[in-house]
Design a protein around this ligand. Structure first.
Ligand code: NAD
Length: 288
């Protein structure tokens, strides 16, 4: 193995500690305590696990979080009504509708109803547009976590070839925009891309967010590249990423493990966004 491990777990612990002390300072200075409302619709076990992990992280950092668990057959208007209530509550600063949602609910409609100031996922249209025009406010958690991991390597993206596999609104699109803003030359790959390996083989920075186990193998990677594996796939009860770790780590310069890479960073960035959102809401309320 030649690659250095990008330890997301350790870096996330550091960011969580920072968020905890920022939250404590807000409580001390203004008597407010940043809080998250998570919305879980249905009984998808992976979603329930993510929501629980997020709640635990908030608990560890001394931040409040409430989980609203709705049944799988909840009609969309009921979810939107809950969001309207949460938008109006001064003691809730972040709203997190967990995906995936049951088929009667359109996730984009849900995100469009979250107050942009409380959109700590950064997935609503206002925060997405802010990101696209280069004036980011609440940046989506997973892409923000990926950029922090990249920063940790000390590799400056300026002028580098960055290849992103995946174009989802949650990961692929925003991370490509962030890499572009960091002055990388960005290539976006997706299911219609021809000859994936010809693109990945040029990448100094490779972000893989396809949701396909072992899509990228060592022979597709440029020696010394930074490889960030976002994928979470369950194979025979084991978690694996989108990158074949044994062959990729023999070629890459840096690589994230799965689990313990991007996953914990996503949660840490959610904490950070919630504290940032709480502080912004406090100042906005004082200036009305
Ligand atoms: P998605 O299914 O919405 O999008 C997958 C993207 O990958 C699509 O744009 C598709 O075009 C592309 N793709 C799929 N197969 C491909 C192939 N063979 N070649 C090229 N492109 C291909 O998924 P998503 O929500 O972006 O998530 C991607 C993966 O990341 C999943 O495994 C998901 O579980 C994981 N994920 C992890 C975190 C985390 O915190 N670690 C957060 C979000 C998503």
């Amino acid at each position: 193995m030649t690659a250095r491990i990008l330890d997301g777990k350790a870096l996330a612990a550091q960011i969580e500690a920072e968020a905890a002390s920022q939250a404590a300072a807000l409580t001390q200075r203004y008597g407010m305590s940043p809080a998250l409302a998570a919305i879980l619709v249905g009984d998808d076990p992976a979603s329930a696990l993510y929501v629980r992990r997020k709640a635990e992280a908030f608990g560890r950092a001394g931040l409040r979080s409430e989980t609203f668990h709705l049944s799988a057959d909840t009609p969309e208007p009921e979810v939107l009504a809950l969001i309207a209530d949460l938008n109006a509550r001064a003691d809730i600063h972040g709203i997190l509708p967990q995906q995936p949602m049951p088929p009667q609910i359109t996730p984009r409609t849900v995100f469009e109803h979250v107050d942009p100031a409380k959109d700590v996922d950064g997935l609503g249209p206002i925060n997405m547009a802010a990101l696209l025009v280069g004036r980011p406010r609440l940046v989506p958690n997973t892409p923000a976590g990926i950029m922090r991991l990249l920063q940790h390597t000390g590799v400056d993206p300026t002028g580098k070839e960055a290849v992103v596999i995946g174009r989802s609104v949650i990961v692929g699109r925003p991370v490509a925009v962030l890499l572009l803003q960091a002055n990388a030359t960005v290539t976006w790959c997706h299911t219609k891309t021809r000859d994936l390996a010809s693109h990945t083989g040029r990448a100094d920075i490779l972000v893989v967010a396809a949701g396909k186990a072992r899509l990228v193998t060592g022979s597709m990677i440029k020696p010394g590249a930074v490889v960030i594996d976002v994928g979470i796939n369950r194979i025979e009860g084991k978690l694996v990423g989108d990158v074949d770790f044994p062959s990729a780590s023999a070629v890459a310069g840096w690589i994230t493990p799965v689990p313990g890479g991007v996953g914990p960073m996503t949660i840490a960035m959610l904490l950070k966004n919630t504290v940032q959102a709480a502080e912004a809401q406090f100042h906005a309320a004082r200036h009305v």
